[in-house]
Design a protein around this ligand. Structure first.
Ligand code: DQA
Length: 146
């Protein structure tokens, strides 16, 4: 079983980007953490990042038949993209949404995310560790629902 970890815009800038919100881990560090979490959970990993909304939508669609669950940090597209929500609803796979920062204690426009409408659960504010928890949670759900 493969879990897709999909990352949206500007997450390639992690490490240099607003470390007070996003910490010092780079996206490569997060991929490494996810690889370890996937190995511990006994699942495969497909880890990706894009700055393009349409590409993110296509990747979600491609998960159909290939992945058994999706961890997504939609970054700013979570707040804006109905297309991304619709893609997640269309594939029907279990989804866990992750944000590094606690989106509820920042600007009000970050409080609402369309993606949450398609998510089984949302993890925010736990930094890079949130990804590892999301992978473990999805692996547990998939196992439970077998
Ligand atoms: C983010 C939070 C979003 O509001 C922001 O646009 C991001 C990163 C996070 O991981 O905390 O780019 O998704």
């Amino acid at each position: 079983p493969i879990i897709a970890v999909l990352n949206g815009p500007n997450l390639n800038m992690l490490g240099v980007r607003e470390p007070e919100h996003y910490g010092s881990a780079t996206l490569d560090d997060i991929e490494q953490l996810c690889a370890e979490a996937a190995e511990n959970a006994g699942v495969g990993l497909d880890f990706r990042q894009t700055n393009h909304e349409g590409e993110l939508v296509s990747w979600v669609q491609e998960c159909r038949g290939r992945a058994c669950g999706i961890v997504i940090n939609p970054a700013a597209y979570g707040h804006t993209s109905i297309a991304l929500l619709d893609a997640l609803l269309a594939v029907g796979l279990p989804v866990v949404e992750v944000h590094l920062s606690n989106i509820h204690r920042r600007e009000p426009f970050r409080r609402q995310t369309y993606v949450s409408q398609a998510a089984r659960g949302v993890i925010c504010g736990l930094g890079a560790r949130g990804y590892a928890h999301a992978i473990q949670a999805l692996a547990d759900m998939i196992e439970d629902e077998k």
